[in-house]
Design a protein around this ligand. Structure first.
Ligand code: 6YU
Length: 484
């Protein structure tokens, strides 16, 4: 079967939906979204189970001041369910107790002092980009820098040796959290020079009380259901074909692009917006587009980082944690801080969050090779291992097995091949711009294939708002081009 559309958008995540909504509200009628899954949202994936609302993908709106997702949420009253609304003022604020093995709780003042020292160092990492400072080595990583600098700062403090040891262990654990915030396996993969490219909005992390997908619903109201086709996995895009009948006077109706789906269906279009995740592009870049992508773009795709970050939700019959607690964190002793191999994945667990959207549930984060290893285990194995860890650290041997375990498996997900992007050692913000550059037809000299998605936004990559803004950017490019 061959169908036609003026614009085909590949991928029905936030970027694709945002592009379609913008085009639709600008009066474009002939727009189709081809989505490989049987649902919209991509890496926004809200699950509802009884009273629980669980986010297997994006969790928070990162910042309120200037964040278009926060504005959308406010404009449509999505933050009104106060009982389930939760805001973390900043990423370095202490959340509940910090346990050492055996149930000992670290003095909050010590943790807070550590966090302040750590935060200062993270800001210094951003300063390399912001103040155009040059690292000692051009390929210096954030991980190396932090590992060199933190002990120096600690050495200058008046803390006694026991406190210094505690803070050092807090530091090692905190590096693990940094990997899930950044989306990598180790902070040694993250480039120091470009770290400050990422721009945060002020205002903390805000959850969407009734689910992250309520934001998608707002945008989907403007998109007629027949525009979005599910279970339509695109195999390749033949994008610069000579149009057989180029006698046509109307330059925008030649349908020069063929989008070939895995099920054999072919869509003909004038313009394509590709929003597949960077992980998918990394795996399929050499075959997904014909003619192949230019060398420069392929190099940037290869250079950028795209890591695995997973969440594990454990639902208990009743909470074993303090009522009202926002969560807790675990700190190891020196000899056991780092996993020596992925089989020791449980050593990468650090923070457990309590989510007001899922009473009786805590969730943990896991990144990198350890997350990939966990994805391959059974739910029973994962639940059993985490409960052992919780018992050991809290000193509470009565913590039962959870009633239910739910987890994401973004690493093994063939339509994502990971979780979100970061600027790796050897890459720079320019690589993001290169990935975002459209492909121009040699015949018409017009941009015919455009790229959107979180990994195409230089300042906000790795977020929902990056995906949203990138979708609007590419829709606007089309709108302006066709007006010109
Ligand atoms: C945010 C947060 N959050 C946690 C976890 C994850 C992510 N993010 P999509 O993948 O959505 O859509 C593409 C579609 O294409 C998809 O539906 C596919 O099925 C489809 N597709 C693929 N191949 C296809 C084919 N061949 N044919 C047809 N269709 C195809 N963002 O704002 N707040 O709390 C989190 C988090 C576990 C996995 C997140 C968060 C990231 C967002 O989810 C993500 O960016 C967008 O949803 C992507 O939308 P999209 O449309 O681009 O792709 C310095 C420094 C550090 C920088 N980092 C700091 C910020 C922290 C970042 N976030 C933390 C992450 C958390 C907690």
């Amino acid at each position: 079967v061959t169908r036609t559309a003026k614009v085909v958008i590949i991928g029905g995540g936030m970027a694709g939906i945002s592009a379609a909504q913008r085009l639709k509200t600008a009066g474009w009628t002939d727009v189709k979204i081809l989505e490989a899954r049987d649902r919209a949202g991509g890496r926004i994936w809200t699950q509802r189970l009884g009273p629980n609302t669980i986010e297997l993908g994006a969790n928070w709106i990162h910042g309120s001041e200037g964040n278009p997702i926060y504005k959308l949420a406010c404009d449509h009253n999505l933050l009104k369910n106060a009982a389930r609304l939760q805001t973390f003022n900043d990423r370095y604020r202490l959340r509940g107790d910090t346990f050492l093995p055996g149930g000992q709780v670290i003095d909050r003042e010590i943790v807070q002092e550590f966090l302040e020292m750590y935060e200062e160092l993270i800001e210094e990492c951003s300063d390399f980009f912001l103040q155009k400072k040059t690292p000692q080595h051009p390929d210096e990583s954030v991980g190396n820098y932090l590992e060199q600098e933190f002990p120096k700062r600690l050495g200058l403090s008046y803390d006694n040796d026991d406190v210094k040891r505690l803070k050092m262990n807090l530091f090692k654990q905190h590096l693990k959290q940094e990997t899930f915030t950044t989306g990598c396996h180790s902070m040694k993969e993250v480039g120091l020079q470009a770290f400050g490219e990422y721009v945060s909005f002020a205002g903390g992390n805000i959850n969407l009380p009734d689910g992250y997908d309520t934001v998608l619903d707002v945008l989907l109201k403007d998109i007629p259901p027949e525009c979005m086709l599910f279970n339509k996995q695109v195999k390749c895009v033949l994008w610069d074909q000579m149009v057989a009948d180029n006698s046509s006077a109307e330059r925008h109706s030649q349908h020069a692009i063929s989008i070939v789906c895995e099920d054999g269906e072919i869509f003909k279009a004038d313009h394509v917006i590709v929003t597949v995740p960077l992980g998918f592009l990394k795996k399929h870049a050499s075959t997904f587009l014909q003619p192949p992508l230019p060398e420069k773009k392929l190099r940037s795709i290869a250079k950028m980082g795209f890591g695995v970050v997973d969440k594990i939700f454990l639902e208990f019959e009743k909470p074993f944690w303090e009522a009202g607690s926002p969560g807790f964190q675990l700190v190891c002793k020196e000899d056991e801080t780092d996993p020596r191999c992925p089989q020791e994945w449980y050593k990468k667990l650090y923070i457990f969050y309590v989510d007001p959207k899922a009473p009786n549930t805590v969730f943990a984060w896991l990144s990198g090779e350890e997350a990939l290893h966990m994805e391959a285990l059974t739910e029973e194995e994962v639940a059993h291992t985490i409960v052992q860890v919780l018992r050991r650290f809290t000193g509470n041997d009565d913590i039962p097995l959870p009633q239910r375990l739910m987890r994401s498996r973004w690493g093994g997900d063939p339509l994502s091949c990971g979780s979100y992007s970061f600027i790796a050692v050897g890459a720079s913000g320019e690589d993001i711009d290169t990935i975002a550059e459209p492909l121009y037809s040699q015949h018409t000299r017009e941009p015919v294939v455009q790229f959107a998605g979180e990994a195409t936004h230089r300042q906000h990559h790795s977020t929902v708002h990056a995906a949203y803004l990138s979708g609007q950017r590419e829709a606007d490019r089309l709108i302006h081009m066709c007006r010109a």
